[in-house]
Write a protein that binds this ligand. Structure first.
Ligand SMILES: Nc1ncnc2c1ncn2[C@@H]1O[C@H](COP(=O)(O)OP(=O)(O)OP(=O)(O)O)[C@@H](O)[C@H]1O
Length: 320
């Protein structure tokens, strides 16, 4: 049984599309990253999975419980940890009291251990907390009952880089224990570090569902070569993208050497054959950054909206 399953999940707010026809499943033990531009529908999906709002159409289950079945979902949620995008607390209460209250309601087998990793100032009212301290408190609350599944909305937002790293290491360790994660993110480096699979959502609809490894292999290689001379079209090969020559212009260098950089998604042989036609002074071929792949998805969304406006279909363009 998948930890999360959605089937045609759709949520409209009146006429505004939150998410539409989302079908995916997250297997037990998987770390699943849910990505997409602002307004794409990530929070809508997460809030629907948590049962805070009902789907307009379609269905979803969390640990086997139908999200519209309040009793079943309540039971399942005992094994779910939830980290909202903006944790809301009673601002006058101290962190320590909030943890005690939360622990009494949901169980507390891990807060001591968690507070060694994430240490908000427990004896101050939460209203005085910094953004990062609020987030750390919310992390402790999400994990303290040792849930089997974590549903998290941009979990590292507000954390400083060291704490972000601590959190990612913690996710990896939890994942090794078999915990399942479903979380939204804009931080591609963290997705790359911890996720097994990603879903990319754009304008409410699933644009991509694949393993991080497969996304990376499709993202191709970054190639950077320094050669003696260069014809204008020397690297107009199939599979060459984002070509820059000699620091951005397509003109060759003036008698010295020229550096050419591009992303390459084609077969190796034609590229190597072409490179060997030159007096190669330097060559670096490395994995393209995951950012490049995501930017393509994000940019396509922008293109579609621009086309919609140009076609006079701007009424259909979503608030993204
Ligand atoms: N309560 C609401 N009432 C009306 N429209 C809403 C509501 N919540 C979200 N929306 C709309 O639904 C769409 C999806 O929003 P959502 O918050 O799910 O996006 P998101 O992917 O989480 O964005 P972000 O990355 O900015 O957090 C947007 O067009 C948004 O304006």
């Amino acid at each position: 049984m998948p930890a999360i399953r959605t089937d045609g999940l759709t949520k409209f707010y009146g006429d505004v599309r939150g998410v539409e026809d989302l079908t995916l499943s997250v297997e037990e033990g998987e770390v699943f990253g849910f990505l997409g531009p602002n307004g794409a529908g990530k929070t809508t999906t997460i809030r629907t999975l948590m049962g805070f709002q009902s789907p307009t159409e379609g269905s979803a289950t969390v640990l086997g419980a139908d999200v519209t079945d309040a009793a079943a979902l309540r039971e399942a949620r005992a094994r779910v940890g939830y980290l909202p995008s903006e944790p809301g607390f009673d601002e006058r209460v101290t962190g320590r009291r909030l943890l005690a209250y939360h622990g009494a309601l949901r169980g507390d087998s891990r807060s001591e251990e968690l507070l060694e990793l994430f240490h908000p100032p427990l004896d101050r009212p939460v209203g005085d907390y910094s953004r990062g301290n609020r987030q750390m408190l919310a992390i402790v609350m999400a994990f303290m009952h040792d849930p089997d599944l974590l549903i998290m909305d941009e979990p590292t937002s507000g954390l400083d880089p060291l704490k972000q790293e601590t959190f990612l290491e913690f996710i990896r360790a939890e994942s090794d224990r078999g915990t399942t994660f479903f979380f939204s993110s804009h931080v591609l480096s963290e997705v790359r570090k911890v996720c097994d699979r990603v879903g990319i959502i754009r304008q409410g609809q699933l644009a991509e569902l694949s393993s991080v490894d497969s996304l990376l292999s499709r993202s191709g290689k970054r190639v950077r070569a320094t050669v003696d001379t260069l014809d204008h079209d020397a690297f107009d090969l199939p599979g060459v993208h984002d070509l820059t020559v000699g620091g951005g212009s397509r003109r060759s260098g003036d008698g010295g050497s020229t550096t050419v950089s591009f992303t390459y998604t084609g077969a190796y042989e034609p590229l190597l054959e072409r490179l060997l036609e030159f007096d190669l002074q330097d060559l670096a071929i490395e994995e393209a950054p995951l950012e490049d792949v995501f930017m393509r998805f994000y940019d396509e969304g922008i293109d579609e909206r621009v086309e919609a406006v140009e076609d006079g279909r701007d009424g259909e363009a979503e608030d993204a």
